[in-house]
Design a protein around this ligand. Structure first.
Ligand code: PEP
Ligand code: MN
Length: 329
């Protein structure tokens, strides 16, 4: 990292800056030539708030180059010796399917039959829905969790549902939800991540739609750092300038995440596309890219769905898609 000093920076103010750096135990070198004055700080890494030096009277520019440092990587998310403690983490490719929201017992039983027949392993269903509008369906809450868990068990499927508050962790455990989903909107809810780090249930961590891959990995790192090694990453589309899809499925970003960690990386074509007509080909693209599985929304009667009907596949389309995936990948 370099600090470029003003050409006319006063000797006294440079001295003050050097004294401050010494007081912080930072190693540095002052480089003065006829053309420029620089301070080189070789040991500063990317965690350090380097931009604050701009407040110093003699600093014209902060040049955050870390060329002689290895690129900072998540502490544990790239450690292959970090063992998963849940067997669920070994089920790859992972096929997760089901409605956006749990709506009723009858709905879940009917859809669970389809999901089981498709040979997917996990039944999804939201009970705590993080809706953009407070007037939209908010989910059946605890009774939704119970319906999902009971239905999944009955059909010998695993269950997954989204959590929105650490206050609900006990409910998810009480009802035996197998995988806890952290949604895009909560990817950087650090108090939730810390709390989920203290349990050992697998966590599906969706990428926030305005977050970089690095931020996503750092959120995974919170879970690992606080003690939960069982983390599955899920790319679900990011917001770009393109309005013709709900978001842009960032397969490249998912591949970068995969190259940087030992964690499985799956994708969600439904929330990315926002349109059921795109879901099949996006799914094939994700599997062709070598991702570790997917999560897809399926509903018996999408037109009547209480949330995300537009992107939900009808059972027949879903079954055809699963057949294709199993044939080709
Ligand atoms: C969901 O899976 O139901 C959901 C709300 O997804 P996301 O957090 O990706 O928007
Ligand atoms: Mn949804």
């Amino acid at each position: 990292m370099f600090l470029k000093l003003y050409d006319d920076a006063q000797k006294e103010s440079i001295e003050l800056l050097l004294t401050a750096l010494k007081a912080e135990n930072l190693s540095f070198e002052l480089i003065e030539t006829a053309e420029y004055k620089l301070i080189h700080l070789p040991k500063i890494n990317r965690d350090y708030d380097v931009q604050r030096f701009i407040n110093d009277a003699s600093v014209e520019k902060v040049i955050p180059i870390f060329s002689n440092m290895p690129q900072q990587k998540p502490l544990k998310a790239n450690d292959p010796s970090k063992r998963f403690t849940s067997k669920i983490m070994d089920i790859m490719p992972l096929y997760i399917a089901g409605p956006c929201s749990v709506e009723s017992e009858a709905q879940m039983h009917a859809i669970a039959k389809i999901i089981k027949a498709s040979k997917a392993q996990v039944l999804r269903g939201g009970a705590f829905k993080p809706r953009t509008s407070p007037y939209s369906f908010q989910g059946l809450k605890e009774s939704g969790l119970k319906i999902l868990a009971d239905t999944a068990k009955l059909h010998k499927l695993l269950s997954i549902s989204e959590i929105v508050s650490e206050n609900d962790i006990d409910l998810f455990i009480k009802h035996g939800i197998d995988i806890i989903q952290v949604g895009a909107r909560n990817m950087q809810n650090f108090s939730l991540l810390k709390a989920l780090g203290k349990i050992d249930k697998p966590i599906l961590l969706k990428r926030g739609f305005v977050n970089t891959v690095e931020e996503w990995l750092m959120s995974a790192e919170y879970l690992l750092h606080h003690g939960n090694p069982n983390v599955i990453l899920c790319e679900r589309g990011i917001r770009t300038f393109e309005p013709s899809t709900r978001t842009t499925l960032d397969i490249g970003g998912a591949l970068v995440a995969k190259s940087k960690t030992h964690l499985p990386v799956i994708f969600d074509p439904s929330h990315a596309a926002g349109d059921f007509r795109l879901v099949e080909n996006l799914s094939l693209a994700g599997f062709a890219a070598g991702l570790d599985g997917f999560m897809v929304e399926v509903h018996q009667n999408p037109i009547k769905a209480l949330s995300d009907g537009a992107q939900s596949l009808k059972p027949e389309r879903y079954l055809t898609l699963m057949k294709k995936i199993k044939e080709h990948y």
